[in-house]
Structure formats: structure tokens, C-alpha cells
Design a protein around this ligand. Structure first.
Ligand code: OXC
Length: 322
């Protein structure tokens, strides 16, 4: 068979441009909240990296030290963590965003995760009045707070907190969801989310309350919660893809953010095929640092070049079902 001839003059290198919360992004890749985004220096690294947007560590009203260590461990195929929302408090992140948003067109999204409903409302009110803030990622899915269930698994509470959130907060709000595993749950959550003008839906947070064991030591590998923690990394890619796909099918009019198991350009490509407009990177960023964005961007561009795609819209959501 003759080689395919590429007309070099007509060929334009693909771009990774996308949009989130109605803001244009130069790249569809960004960090997952929680990784490399707690300290100002880390957020600065992310602004300077090949990211299209940046999201801060989920914050509470005040500084939190988080759970006792060891609380993050790399395991085969991924990671287990029970960080317990260590963060510097909302003011720290809003001040950083205020100081930096003047110098960069790259949106810095504030992630919030109050431990109680009252705290979430206070966080939303505070964020609502922050001038330079573009959008909020409302984390409904932290699995690591002892004694606190994940809001995203309580459908009634999810609906009611979103009602209140939209009544008091004027900023665009996206949600970070836990993974769902049953069609009835996908449908129930989609029916709730459809009632709100959400800026985006991010699927998924870590798979909550997993366990990893050190056989030699006959022990758990993380200390908090008797060794139970959120599972991330390659392990969770099938679950993450399924969640992006299902919410894309149920809510095609929503902006979707895919998160889970992205180690390379092909993983990002698959999230976009499922319907994601933006792809977040967590465990790989933890392992490799911000250079992962250069590598993954190039790998994604290489795939698009081979397939003849110029933008991610050429294939976004177009997964073939056989
Ligand atoms: N998901 C979260 O939402 N938060 C962190 N871990 C996780 O897996 C945390 O801080 O525990």
C-alpha cells in the first residue's frame, strides 16, 4: 500500500484549545484539585506549566493540617490517599487568585469543600464576593473526613445544597462528583444536576474507601481511617471514563471535565472521546511534577496529528459504540 502523502503546506498542527465555565482555554489539560496546588509556589508552578487552567486545593474556612501521615502512598497501578483536606483556608487562595489573575489570562478556579453545610454556605458567600475569581469547583466528594459521608452519594442533600448554593452565590459553580457505579445512581444524579446552571461537571474524585495492604508488614499502608483511603491513578480509569461517558449521554448540554487515570496522551484522548472538554491530571502530576503537562500535551497532539484532527472538538464525545 502506498504511504499516505501529507500535504505539508496545507497541514496545520493540531491545537488543544478548549473552554471551561465559558472561559476560553489554551489547553484542555489542567491539574486535579488536591495535587500540587496547596501552596502558593505550587499554584505558581501550575500557572507556568502547560496547563489551560489551574484549580486550587479544596479549601475550608480556616487552615487545616489534615489527617496524620502517612496519608498518601504510591501503589501499583495508582495511589491511595487520606489527606483529610489539608489546606491554608479560603482567604489564602482568594488572595493568591486576586494577586495573580491580573497577570495571567489562565483561569485559577477555587475548589471548596466545607466539612458541614453551614461551612459550605460560608465558603460560597465568601467566594461570591471575590472580584477576580472566575469559577468555583464545589467538591461534593471528599471521601477522607472521618465521620463525614460524601455529599454526592446523598441525592437529597446534593439537591438541597445546590439550591442554596445557587441562591447565594453569583459566581459560576462547577461540581466535583464521586464515581457512581449503578445506572439508577447516574440517572438520579443527572436529574438533579440538570436543574442547575452548572458551569461544569467534573467526574471523578478518587474511588472512596479502598484499601492497600503491605503483606510483609501485615499492615495498612496509610494511617488515617484504619487504612481506608481514596484510590486514584490507572486503577480508576475505567470507572472515570464510564462516569464521563454516562454524564455526557445523560446531560449532553453540560461542560464535562474528566479526571481519573490519565497517565499519557492516549488516556486524555479517551476522556475526550467520552465527552470531556477538559482533562484533569492528579496521580501522574504527583508522581512526575508539572513536566507531565508538556509530555501529555505532546502525546495528545501526536495522536491528533496521526488521526488528522485539528481541534479536540473534531472527536470530543464521538466515541463509537459497537
Ligand atoms: N479527594 C478529595 O476530595 N480530597 C482529598 N483526597 C481525595 O481523594 C483529601 O484531602 O483527602
Amino acid at each position: 500500500m502506498a504511504d499516505v502523502q501529507i500535504n505539508k503546506e496545507a497541514f496545520v498542527s493540531p491545537v488543544l484549545n478548549s473552554s471551561l465555565a465559558k472561559i476560553s482555554l489554551e489547553s484542555c489539560l489542567m491539574n486535579a484539585s488536591g495535587v500540587h496546588c496547596t501552596q502558593e509556589s505550587e499554584l505558581q508552578d501550575l500557572i507556568e506549566a502547560k496547563t489551560g487552567a489551574v484549580v486550587s486545593k479544596s479549601c475550608t474556612l480556616e487552615y487545616r493540617a489534615g489527617n496524620p501521615e502517612p496519608r498518601y502512598v504510591t501503589i501499583p497501578y495508582g495511589s491511595i490517599n487520606s489527606m483529610g483536606l489539608p489546606n491554608n483556608g479560603i482567604r489564602y487562595y482568594l488572595d493568591f487568585i486576586d494577586g495573580n489573575q491580573k497577570n495571567t489570562a489562565k483561569p485559577i478556579i477555587l475548589s471548596i469543600a466545607g466539612l458541614t453545610r453551614k461551612e459550605n454556605i460560608e465558603l460560597l458567600k465568601t467566594a461570591s464576593s471575590a472580584q477576580s475569581l472566575h469559577a468555583i469547583e464545589f467538591n461534593l466528594s471528599c471521601p477522607n473526613i472521618p465521620g463525614k459521608p460524601q455529599t454526592g452519594y446523598d441525592f437529597e442533600e446534593s439537591k438541597s445544597i445546590l439550591e442554596e448554593a445557587f441562591s447565594i452565590c453569583s459566581k459560576p459553580i462547577g461540581v466535583k462528583l464521586p464515581p457512581y457505579f449503578d445506572m439508577a445512581h447516574f440517572e438520579a444524579m443527572a436529574a438533579i444536576l440538570d436543574q442547575f446552571p452548572l458551569a461544569y461537571i467534573c467526574c471523578v474524585n478518587s474511588i472512596g474507601n479502598g484499601m492497600w495492604i503491605d503483606s510483609a508488614e501485615e499492615s495498612t499502608v496509610i494511617k488515617p481511617k484504619s487504612g481506608f483511603g481514596g484510590i486514584g491513578g490507572l486503577f480508576i480509569k475505567p470507572t472515570a471514563l464510564a462516569n464521563v461517558r454516562m454524564f455526557h449521554k445523560l446531560l449532553p448540554h453540560f461542560n464535562l471535565v474528566g479526571c481519573g487515570g490519565v497517565q499519557n496522551g492516549e488516556d486524555a484522548f479517551q476522556h475526550i472521546l467520552c465527552g470531556a472538554s477538559v482533562v484533569q491530571i492528579g496521580t501522574t502530576l504527583w508522581e512526575e511534577g508539572t513536566a507531565c503537562f508538556d509530555r501529555i500535551s505532546q502525546e495528545l497532539i501526536d495522536i491528533m496529528t496521526k488521526k488528522g484532527y485539528s481541534t479536540i472538538e473534531d472527536f470530543r464525545g464521538k466515541l463509537r459504540e459497537i
